[in-house]
Design a protein around this ligand. Structure first.
Ligand code: GLU
Length: 302
């Protein structure tokens, strides 16, 4: 695996404007912000707005206002996937011209899902390779897939350690462009991160299984591989559901809804950090600064 070059850390937070920022995304925002800032790096904001069907008007603004209200200010301009289509097209052409893509006429549920980030409850049935050697005569092209090799893709995650995945077994040849012309999340995210010089990807563990596909695309396209840290998930979004889990911190995180400084405090605890009790009375800036000064990735719960 090729290492990212360049000295400054560039992290990012990439929410999809499909709803308000929930506790789980807030944890990813805080984790990525603190880790980038601790390294004296930049923290970028990107709106993953490719999946137009799942978007809710007004949510992009709502997310940005919420981040600001926590003191989570991003560096530079906000980028939006919807403005990067031309770049995805270039990357697609590059893959195509180098013989990595083939058209597929199969109709599958995962094709419909492929423009948004996958989550653990999505079925992941490996594609059997029906169209690998050509589509049936008369069949329409529905999507474009990238050929994967029967080989392990291995990377080191800052929290989870060494991760290895054989894409031929787990996903099979995966979709990079859908029949409606939309580029798949897996391709878009790789191009976006490359374009903005992102070399540190800190995000929820629900995307851990996507990372090998993204590494494969980075490798084929000749992009450097960012470093990765997949954070523990807070899956439930309301306080009552959180309380059912045997996890005091996520319970407190849920109950602190509304009190931004407390949410930050408990998010740090959720991330395995140990902010002193008296920090609870401090404002968001002070709590974030404590995080920047004291965050230890080795303390992240495994
Ligand atoms: N937009 C994706 C999501 O909200 C995250 C993309 C990423 O962090 O790579 O799940």
């Amino acid at each position: 695996m090729k290492k990212s070059s360049g000295s400054q850390v560039v992290g990012r937070f990439a929410p999809s404007p499909t709803g308000m920022l929930h506790t789980g995304s807030l944890v990813a925002a805080i984790g990525s912000y603190i880790m980038a800032k601790q390294a004296d790096g930049k923290w970028l904001l990107r709106l993953d707005d490719l999946d137009t069907q799942r978007q809710i008007p007004g949510m992009a603004d709502d997310i940005m206002k919420t981040l600001e209200s926590f003191g989570l200010f991003w560096d530079g301009e906000v980028s939006r996937q919807s403005r990067n289509i031309e770049h995805y097209q270039h990357a697609f052409a590059d893959l195509y011209n180098n013989g990595f893509l083939y058209p597929c006429s199969c109709s599958r549920k995962d094709i419909a899902k492929s423009s948004s980030a996958p989550h653990p409850d999505d079925d992941c049935i490996p594609y059997s390779g029906t169209c690998r050697t050509g589509i049936n005569q008369g069949s329409a092209i529905r999507s474009w897939r990238v050929r994967v090799k029967d080989a392990e893709i291995t990377f080191s995650d800052m929290r989870k350690g060494w991760i290895s995945q054989n894409l031929a077994v787990v996903t099979g040849d995966f979709v990079v462009k859908r029949s409606d012309g939309a580029f798949a999340y897996q391709l878009a995210v790789v191009v976006d991160d490359f374009l903005t010089g992102v070399n540190q990807v800190v995000r929820g563990e629900d995307l851990l299984t996507s990372t090998p596909r993204q590494i494969l695309l980075q490798n084929i396209l000749g992009y450097p591989n960012p470093e990765y840290c997949h954070l523990p998930l807070v899956t439930e979004t309301d306080g009552s559901k959180l309380s059912k889990r045997d996890n005091l911190i996520s319970h407190q995180l849920g109950n602190a809804a509304g009190r931004k400084n407390e949410q930050l405090f408990y998010a740090l605890r959720f991330l395995g950090q140990n902010p002193p009790e008296d920090l609870l009375a401090c404002n968001c800036d002070t709590i974030l600064q404590w995080g920047i000064d004291n965050f230890k990735s080795a303390e992240l719960p495994t």
